[in-house]
Design a protein around this ligand. Structure first.
Ligand code: KG4
Ligand code: ZN
Length: 338
């Protein structure tokens, strides 16, 4: 099946065409076009929803057009269209949903609306080294930090969520406080490489909660950094590197310890870490170290598959289209929980 995936839930306008085989659930990416709005939002230090919607409106059609051209596939040759229905910014979602509805109606193709987080989880299936289902999935991005039990296609169960900030948000807000450019996660990652992660003892959120708990919290960590900066100012040189490394360690420790705890509880044998924060070098190293010790198979998709893209939305739609699902009246659902 050739499926077009369209993603506009936040600040990336993305479209991709994949070739999906329902026999072995494997997919080949024929094209994958992403236009990022990062530069547009940089001077505000965060995504401005109205600017995001307007930019999606300008970019969506050209991005879809380019994805079809690069794949060498016409609208008429598609077997279906998949679009992100939620969660995300309502105005941003509406652009993708309405465009997908128009294309599906015009070309007479089946349409499905999919959950953005299901897309992140199933993006792992596009890797060279794709995991088999079931697996445990940790989604860590700028907007989400959640653990899921992925038992099968369309059979995904939430195990835990962040109670406040997402991990990416905790990185970006810290970076802003430290005077680093937006989005700051990658800058903290870079500075932390030469820092001492044991220089500061930052809190691990919810550490005193029951051992069964699988939620996350990063607001106390953020406050601890703020209090530190208010008392000592923003450091530079080695002291800045040490601060970044210690802060990053608190996030990565919380993420990996919760994921490992879930694996133990579920007796899972495979762990997938995905979402933009999965690009973090310390998170990758710590996940590898702890998974190896626990005998867990770890899957870390390429960074390109971890950040928002259309291919992951196409995969999340493909298995639904293959089962004959279709909804020509798809509606955006900004608060949709997976
Ligand atoms: O998945 P994504 O592209 O967009 C959302 O759906 O949110 O994730 C973006 C987030 C941002 O918060 C960014 O700072 C973070 O991923 N990020 C990183 C790194 N690269 C991107 N965080 C930590 N270390 C990195 N190397
Ligand atoms: Zn995302």
């Amino acid at each position: 099946m050739r499926v077009l995936g369209i993603e506009t839930s936040c600040d990336e306008t993305a479209a991709a065409v994949i070739d999906w085989s329902s026999k072995d659930s494997r997919a080949r990416v024929l094209s994958d076009v992403v236009h990022t709005q990062a530069a547009l939002h940089a001077r505000f230090g965060g995504v401005v929803p109205e600017l995001a919607s307007r930019d999606h409106l300008q970019r969506a059609l050209p991005v879809v057009d380019e994805a079809l051209t690069l794949a060498g596939v016409s609208l008429a040759q598609l077997d279906g269209i998949s679009v992100t229905r939620g969660p995300g910014l309502v105005g941003a979602l509406l652009v993708g949903v309405q465009l997908a509805r128009g294309l599906a109606l015009g070309a007479g193709k089946p349409l499905v609306g999919v959950n953005h987080l299901e897309g992140h989880l199933l993006a792992a299936l596009l890797s060279e080294n794709a995991p088999r289902l079931p697996f445990l999935g940790l989604v860590v991005s700028g907007g989400h930090t959640s653990l899921y039990d992925v038992r099968g296609f369309g059979d995904i169960h939430a195990l835990g969520h962040t109670l406040d900030d997402a991990a990416g948000e905790a990185f970006d807000k810290a970076a802003k406080l430290l005077g680093l450019p937006y989005p700051g996660g990658a800058h903290i990652d870079r500075l932390a490489r030469t820092g001492d992660k044991a220089a500061h003892a930052f809190p691990r959120g919810l550490a005193r909660r029951s051992r069964l708990q699988l939620d996350f919290s990063f607001s106390g960590l953020k406050t601890a950094l703020l209090v530190h900066v208010q008392a000592h100012g923003v450091p530079d040189g080695q002291a800045l590197a040490d601060l970044c490394a210690s802060y990053q360690e608190a996030i990565c420790d919380a993420l990996t310890s919760r994921a490992l705890r879930a694996a133990e509880q579920l007796r899972a044998s495979r762990l997938v870490v995905c979402g933009g924060v999965a690009a973090n070098s310390r998170l990758r190293a710590l996940a590898e170290e702890r998974s190896a010790r626990a005998g867990l198979e770890l899957y870390l998709p390429d960074v390109k598959l971890c950040t928002d893209n259309g291919a992951m939305i196409a995969v999340a739609g493909a298995h639904r289209l293959a089962r004959g699902e279709s909804d020509s009246q798809v509606l955006a659902d900004p608060g949709w929980r997976l």
